[in-house]
Design a protein around this ligand. Structure first.
Ligand code: SF4
Ligand code: SF4
Length: 117
């Protein structure tokens, strides 16, 4: 069992999840690759299924793999594939935060932007 970061993280990256993960398995890709959006990724083989990250995410972007909403189904594969396509030294577990805590309206607007209502 692993957890998955969905598109709701794209361009948000406030790194709240990184700060609570006990095994440092949430990564930012430091290499530019158009195939992978500007978000963080959970390494499926390193995640210990502790669930600490999900409530910490103010953008409500993280789901257990079995509960990923239909509209974000491909994100499970994307979270795994990025670690196959890139070497360990192309990731960091200490990304620079992009945004501050969102308001409730901003969270809802972000969901609508990705068609998740
Ligand atoms: S807390 Fe959520 S939005 Fe913020 S970086 Fe983690 S997954 Fe992305
Ligand atoms: S479920 Fe736990 S181990 Fe897995 S990414 Fe979230 S905080 Fe890290």
């Amino acid at each position: 069992m692993t957890w998955v970061i969905t598109k709701l993280c794209i361009d948000c990256k406030d790194i709240e999840c990184v700060e609570v993960c006990p095994v440092d398995c949430i990564y930012d890709l430091t290499t530019s690759d158009d195939k992978y959006p500007n978000q963080l990724y959970i390494h499926p083989d390193e995640c210990i299924d502790c669930a600490a990250c999900e409530p910490a995410c103010p953008w409500e972007a993280i789901y257990q793999d079995e509960a990923v909403p239909e509209i974000f189904q491909e994100d499970t594969q994307i979270n795994a594939q990025v670690f196959e396509d890139h070497q360990p030294d192309e990731f960091t577990t200490k990304p620079t935060p992009l945004r501050q805590q969102p308001s409730k309206d901003e969270v809802e607007e972000n969901k609508k932007k990705w068609g998740f209502t």
